[in-house]
Design a protein around this ligand. Structure first.
Ligand SMILES: C[S@@+](CC[C@H](N)C(=O)[O-])C[C@H]1O[C@@H](n2cnc3c(N)ncnc32)[C@H](O)[C@@H]1O
Length: 145
């Protein structure tokens, strides 16, 4: 979907801890690694020619079934996504990030609203019933300077 959206002159860079099977689209590049690893971050930035227009994250920690632990790990991962997206996005860029409904959600949305012009949340139709997952769509990235 992302490859189609950016078209043949655009580029999609996918990152995952798990090795990913190559995709047939020629404008999709895959990186195997941790988004928190500075080497991975630099590699991805190079593949994006420095900055990205959009960061899409459906990252999620391996769930243990222990609610407090899963929520803490999901929050930590979402914070790391936002920190990296803040460095990687171009001015006016977009971040779409998977979150989990928890006590931390309002804090996270508040931080997003300080950094983006418009923030909304959505649950795709494909989301399983009973799942705590929700997506934040933040547009109009405000660069720090
Ligand atoms: C819900 S799956 C989505 C996978 C894939 N995007 C898809 O649609 O099939 C969440 C993915 O987040 C990855 N992940 C979790 N923490 C990560 C991290 N720190 N860096 C990179 N990937 C991570 C996991 O390996 C897992 O594949």
């Amino acid at each position: 979907m992302a490859a189609r959206a950016v078209g043949p002159t655009g580029r999609v860079v996918g990152v995952d801890l798990q090795p990913l099977d190559p995709l047939p689209e020629r404008n999709v590049l895959l990186v195997h690694g941790d988004i928190s690893d500075p080497t991975v971050q630099e590699h991805v930035a190079r593949l994006c020619d420095g900055k990205a227009d959009v960061v899409l994250s459906d990252l999620s920690p391996k769930l243990s079934g222990i609610k407090a632990r899963d929520e803490a790990q999901a929050q930590d991962l979402a914070d790391r996504v936002l920190a990296w997206a803040s460095a990687l996005l171009r001015a006016d860029g977009t971040l779409v990030v998977k979150l989990f409904m928890s006590e931390d959600l309002q804090r996270y949305l508040h931080v997003l609203r300080e950094r983006f012009r418009r923030v909304r949340t959505t649950r795709p139709e494909a989301t399983r019933k009973g799942s705590a997952e929700i997506y934040a769509v933040a547009t109009g990235f405000l660069t720090p300077d």
